[in-house]
Design a protein. Sequence first.
Length: 131
Amino acid sequence: MATAKDIPTLAEFIKPFVADGKLLDRTLAEFEDLLPHFFVAEIDGHIVGCAALEIYSRKLAEIRSLAVSPDTQGLGVGKRLVTACVERARQNNIYEVMAITSTEGFFMSCGFDFTLPGEKKALFYQTRDEF
């Protein structure tokens, strides 16, 4: 679980992922808002991964800012972070958890799918080219 003192380090940690277009940049205020549901993975006192659960309503939450250091990918860090987010959603009785990603295979290996029971799908419309 992340603490307020982790925010500057988390902001630095995600910078390469933002630069690569894998994540959206986060303001310090956004980190603070997500803090109660922000998870951090550490090895030898160094952050190697992070993920947050943003709760939109009692029905829907989203896994946000999932990042794992390239040198620790493949060790299960990402899956443990996703599991922590899903468990937090269960604890809060959230009905559905979504993830917007370019690595759908990873999320499918965590139990996510393109459709929900009853063939419900999420559809998106982008209103401009840049965020």
